[in-house]
Ligand binder design. Structure first.
Ligand SMILES: NC(=O)c1ccc[n+]([C@@H]2O[C@H](COP(=O)([O-])OP(=O)(O)OC[C@H]3O[C@@H](n4cnc5c(N)ncnc54)[C@H](O)[C@@H]3O)[C@@H](O)[C@H]2O)c1
Length: 316
């Protein structure tokens, strides 16, 4: 990150999630934000709107909008939300072909204009698109990371807080695996002020909250009918930007490249990482039970199926 300058954060895709990321980054004054989209006027309009919120909300971040990739030049962090979102009845994997083409295109621009950036992928299917981005960008693995575990954990945290009637701030959760029905929530590592939820809730209630978390995205898709969630996804991507900008070395579940950890090789999947100024400082290996490890491997199988589909489509 360049010294004595505000960090530059590019958001590729100025749709629902992209605009929310921009809004949260501006509200947290994490840096100047460049919103980019292929639709003419959309990023410019949203950037102007966010700028006019600045005097009221009290931030000084400069938010601009553009259709020209040259304007993202030298961004420190690039958040990619460009792509199609799910409609009712669609699985995240249904998006592979269309979003694969978009990610390939976007990555060519990032590699050209921001070769030193840290890239956060949000586009679904998340782990497959993060791996595709890694291969297209040619960046070292520690500078390519996917946002999903933060969101899945936030959903579980919210459901636990709602169930127990406690403050959301007291709840921590850890959800590993791919961003889909095969995600691996870990109740053992889900706590309220340090106390495992297994000590606070009956087993059937724990299972019910886990099931709701697995289907958390789908629940919102069927309520909205025309698109998918964006406030919580935007907040989670901005949280990752904050961990990088502030060099926090925050322990967050993110989609990361594995090279032997958890017995998995050359696959992006949700695991706890240390996130700081260099991107992923380290993948943290938790002690897992046999069942949890098997679930993580099943989840990786789902990602590998998506990658095979990309290969069949000639995108890899
Ligand atoms: N990882 C997660 O947890 C998570 C959560 C929510 C949404 N998502 C995913 O994020 C993506 C965006 O969702 P959304 O609700 O913002 O959708 P949206 O339709 O509101 O916005 C997507 C934007 O991408 C733009 N776009 C398309 N192709 C582009 C390109 N080549 N270059 C630049 N911009 C381009 C579109 O014009 C559109 O404005 C979807 O794939 C969705 O499934 C992921």
């Amino acid at each position: 990150m360049t010294n004595h300058q505000r960090p530059k954060i590019a958001c590729i895709g100025a749709g629902n999630v992209g605009a929310s990321v921009a809004q949260y980054c501006a509200e947290m004054d994490l840096g100047n934000v460049v919103l980019t989209d292929v639709v003419e006027g959309l990023p410019q309009g949203k950037a102007l709107d966010l700028t006019q919120a600045g005097p009221v909300r009290g931030y000084s971040a400069v938010v601009t909008g553009t259709n020209d990739y040259a304007d993202i030049a030298d961004s420190d962090i690039v958040v990619v939300t460009a792509g199609i979102a799910r409609k009712p009845g669609m699985s995240r994997l249904d998006l592979v072909g269309k979003n694969g083409a978009i990610i390939s295109d976007v990555c060519a621009h990032i590699a050209r204009h921001c070769p030193d950036s840290i890239v956060i992928i949000v586009t679904n299917p998340l782990d497959v698109m993060t791996q595709l981005a890694f291969l297209k960008l040619g960046f070292p693995a520690h500078r390519v990371v996917g946002m999903a575990g933060c969101l899945d954990s936030a959903r579980l945290r919210a459901f636990v807080a709602m169930e127990l009637g406690v403050s959301m701030r007291n709840v921590d959760a850890m959800v590993l695996g791919s961003h889909g029905d095969d995600m691996v929530p870990l109740p053992r590592y889900t706590t309220v002020s340090g106390v495992s939820i297994e000590k606070l809730l009956a087993p059937d209630r724990v299972q019910a909250l886990i099931q709701r978390t697995r289907k958390g995205g789908g629940e919102i898709v069927s309520l909205l009918k025309t698109g998918s969630a964006y406030y919580a996804p935007g907040a989670c991507a901005a949280r990752m930007v904050q961990a990088i900008v502030c060099d926090e070395n925050a322990l967050l579940p993110c989609s990361a490249h594995l090279s032997g950890q958890y017995g998995l090789n050359d696959v992006f999947i949700g695991v706890p990482v240390r996130l700081g100024a260099q991107g992923i400082g380290a993948v943290v290996e938790l002690e897992l039970t046999r069942d949890e490890l098997d679930a993580l491997h099943r989840s990786a199988g789902e990602v590998q199926a998506g990658l095979r589909e990309l290969r069949q489509l000639g995108m890899l």
